[in-house]
Design a binder for this molecule. Structure first.
Ligand code: NAD
Length: 433
């Protein structure tokens, strides 16, 4: 069976490389010529642990190649995956422009039975829309099935997540498509991965519901943290103790600056907007979005309180990516906080181990980019930990303090112990403790 992956971003490239690792012949295609040129020259266009090795091995084995010729890639495949972006429009609804254009392209190049599987996160019922568009191009006699195969990988551990998923979800309405999709994931049967085969709208909803739930869970503990601060309680102990309850679980119960990244904010907004289309008010989703936006603002307030007034203050900002182990700054809380600090008149010296280039694309020259964490905090009035990269968990705090103008640390990821920071004579603030 041959697979084509349309869209060679985080999801398409990781999925393509991992399917190749399962022994399947995979072509990854993209309209971004620079991306494909980088890949064809042996490079990887973004940072993701373990991905470069998977690509090199599978290209060498002749199972993985890259092209900008989307039409040829469609014609050569048995299963065509759609893994293009589905960004949010200004009103929060999903912009399906890329999905539509790929569906039209597939319709124009359909040359025999294929399964068209959507890996992109799309609102329930998008499968029907894709089917209609393909049919409009390919004609009534064209033989194909559409499937929904939402992706649950997380940036930063994407390869591991794809190779050892909690579950595979396949939405189909044909037996033939179900069998072909299941065959692709056969290597995962050996590790007893649960495979959920269901209808397309159900599969599409599973992805949105999962992301919305996690976003609400993060928001919930952030709200608890904000109350803990005002009531003299410690959210760290509250969260740990809540997590010991098997019904709750300890995952996603870490108080911090709010959720971000390319998925949670847009997927919650999309579910709110999709609910409106069917005359339903997804109140909890709306509340999570509002509370999350407020959380970013509260973090700026926290920094302001730590230094008195932001105007003219120099801030060492540690972390720009939305989470560790990725270079992705899309909807990063660190960027939102940087914007708030700049608006208040602060000057920023920043460092991130992987996301400096992407951050530069957003913040431009309004921020000074430094070579490492100590340079970023040199001469500053306050150090702010915005992303919990491992190297920020193990800072040489004596060295850090020696370089700073004032020993003030605002730890938005709760990576340090308040008592220890006190012993080291830092003025230390964290979240909910
Ligand atoms: P991305 O922006 O990194 O990649 C999308 C790619 O699609 C880009 O390289 C773009 O050039 C390409 N593209 C756009 N139009 C095209 C066309 N007509 N033909 C060929 N290529 C085209 O996006 P991503 O982060 O990989 O996300 C893709 C989808 O997967 C989104 O729906 C997202 O919500 C979902 N998703 C993302 C993650 C994640 O962690 N990033 C996880 C699960 C699901």
């Amino acid at each position: 069976m041959k697979v084509t992956m349309i869209g060679t971003g985080y999801v398409g490239l990781v999925s393509g490389a991992c399917f190749a690792d399962f022994g399947i012949e995979v072509t990854c295609c993209d309209v971004d010529e620079t991306k494909i040129a980088t890949l064809s020259a042996g490079g990887v266009p973004f940072y993701e642990p373990g991905l470069a090795e998977k690509i090199v091995q599978n290209v060498a084995a002749g199972r993985l190649d890259f092209t900008t010729d989307v039409g040829a890639a469609i014609r050569g495949a048995d299963v065509v995956f759609i893994a293009v972006g589905t960004p949010a429009r200004d009103d929060g609804s999903t912009d399906l422009t890329y999905i539509d254009s790929v569906a039209d392209e597939i319709g124009r190049h359909l040359n025999g039975y294929k399964v068209i599987a959507t890996k992109s996160t799309v609102p329930p019922r998008t499968g029907d829309r894709i089917r209609r568009r393909i049919r409009a191009q390919a004609g009534d006699d064209a033989e194909f099935d559409v499937a929904s195969n939402p992706e649950f990988l997380r940036e930063g551990s994407a390869v591991e997540d794809f190779m050892r998923p909690n579950r595979i979800v396949i939405g189909v309405d044909s037996k033939r498509a179900a069998e072909m999709m299941q065959a692709l994931y056969r290597p995962l049967y050996l590790i007893e991965t649960p495979i959920v085969v269901t209808s397309m709208p159900t599969a599409e909803m599973i992805k949105y519901a999962s992301n919305a739930f996690l976003a609400v869970k993060i928001t919930f503990i952030n709200e608890v943290a904000n109350m803990c601060e005002r009531m003299g309680a410690d959210v760290h102990v509250v969260a740990r103790s809540m997590g010991l309850d098997g019904r709750i679980s300890s995952k996603f119960l870490h108080a911090g600056p709010g959720f971000g990244g390319s998925c949670f904010p847009k997927d919650v907004s999309a579910l709110v907007a999709t609910a409106e289309e069917v005359d339903y008010d997804f109140m909890l989703g709306r509340a999570a979005l509002a509370a999350n936006a407020r959380q970013h603002e509260l973090m700026v307030d926290k920094i302001r309180t730590a230094v008195g007034d932001l105007d003219g203050v120099s801030v060492g900002l540690l972390g720009l990516a939305f989470k560790p182990n990725t270079d992705d700054t899309r909807a990063s809380p660190a960027i939102a906080i940087a914007e708030g600090l700049l608006a208040g008149g602060a000057r920023i010296q920043a460092f991130d181990p992987a996301a400096m280039d992407n951050a530069r694309g957003v913040l431009g020259d309004r921020v000074v980019y430094c070579d490492n964490e100590y340079a970023a905090c040199n001469g500053v009035d306050v150090a702010v930990i915005a992303t919990e990269w491992n190297q920020f968990r193990n800072l040489d705090l004596v060295r850090l303090r020696a370089g700073m103008r004032a020993p003030v640390v605002v730890d938005l990821r709760n990576v340090y112990e308040p008592a220890r920071m006190g012993e080291l004579e830092f003025q230390y603030t964290s979240v909910g403790r």
